[in-house]
Ligand binder design. Structure first.
Ligand code: NAP
Length: 286
């Protein structure tokens, strides 16, 4: 397949490029090459004659999204509208990367694909709008992921949670982490493999959850990082209410996939994925 990847040098884009490169013809487009919120810029995708367009581009600094709703909607909703429209014109498949933040987090069991979205912040609302626009191309996959960690680090966030924790620990800073928000940490290398399997197996179009298995609080995530690295920093659990943040966060946004397990695709546990990440990033020996 000829596959165009938008945001190809981002955290997820980097692993998608690595994973798909072997078996497919890839065209990676960076933010410099293409502005997703500009229709004429998106029209350039056509020149590449892709079979599949994967859109990882996003404005995803959750608190900043509250202050910049227009930019948030331009990048996360209007951009996907243009991508979906261009894909439809050339009969290509659109893949939109979405988020656990489309859910309100009031549930107690991990969310499955058919659960009703009800986002509680601007970022989540804009990504849900991006999902709806993506559906305007019948040939679409909406892939929801969560709390990503990948070797490239998120360009939009300046790294990822794992690296932030390790840096703070090395500087011997006291670390406080929320212990009342639960989510499914997800290794971008694993999610990229899931997308590869979905498109190669030509699974029915629609929405899929591609997070790693299991869930934890951010505090438990931090504890696991330090335990795997034999580090022992000063780590304190805190409540979300102790933080001054602009955006509301879902309390429980773990994802699971009933659809992928039906096709024999079982996501491995986040703890195992984290261990591999730490090795790949050079923090730990095999
Ligand atoms: N990170 C997470 O924890 C997380 C969790 C759930 C879902 N997601 C979703 O997963 C996707 C990938 O996240 P990521 O962690 O890989 O983010 P990332 O590293 O910030 O990658 C996003 C890429 O998109 C590019 N980009 C940003 N704005 C753009 C625009 N207006 N037009 C074209 N390109 C643009 C960025 O380039 P520049 O940096 O040069 O602007 C970057 O290369 C996003 O859709 C995000 O909503 C992420």
């Amino acid at each position: 397949m000829r596959i165009v990847i938008l945001g190809s040098t981002g955290q997820f884009g980097t692993d998608l490029m690595k994973t798909l490169r072997e078996d497919h013809e890839l065209i990676g487009l960076t933010h410099r090459d293409l502005e997703v919120s500009n229709y004429s810029s998106c029209l350039a995708i056509k020149e590449h004659h892709p079979d599949v367009i994967i859109n990882t581009a996003a404005f995803h600094k959750t608190d900043q999204c509250e202050e910049e709703p227009e930019k948030t909607f331009l990048v996360n909703a209007i951009g996907p509208k243009y991508v979906s429209s261009v894909s439809r014109e050339i009969e290509a498949t659109t893949i939109f990367i979405s988020t656990d933040y489309v859910f309100d987090g009031t549930g107690k069991e991990p969310y499955v694909e058919d659960d009703l979205p009800n986002p509680v912040n601007t970022y989540g609302i804009s990504k849900l709008a991006g999902e709806l626009y993506t559906k305007q191309n019948p040939k679409h996959y909406i892939i929801r992921v969560a709390s990503l960690f990948g070797v490239a680090g998120a360009s939009g966030k300046g790294g990822n949670f794992v690296e932030t924790m390790i840096t703070k620990a090395k500087k011997q800073e006291p670390i406080s982490v929320v212990d009342d928000q639960r989510m499914s940490p997800t290794y971008t290398a694993d999610a990229a493999k899931t997308i590869k399997s979905i498109i190669e197996s030509r699974l029915p179009f629609g929405t899929y959850h591609a997070a790693n298995g299991g869930f934890c609080t951010w505090f438990q995530f931090a504890k696991q990082i330090f335990s795997l690295l034999n580090m022992n920093p000063s780590l304190t659990p805190i409540k979300t209410s102790q933080l001054q943040v602009k955006a509301r966060r879902p309390k429980f946004s773990a994802l699971t996939s009933t659809k992928l397990s039906k096709y024999g695709m079982q996501a491995r546990e986040w703890t195992e994925a984290l261990s591999d990440y730490l090795v790949e990033k050079g923090h730990k020996q095999q």
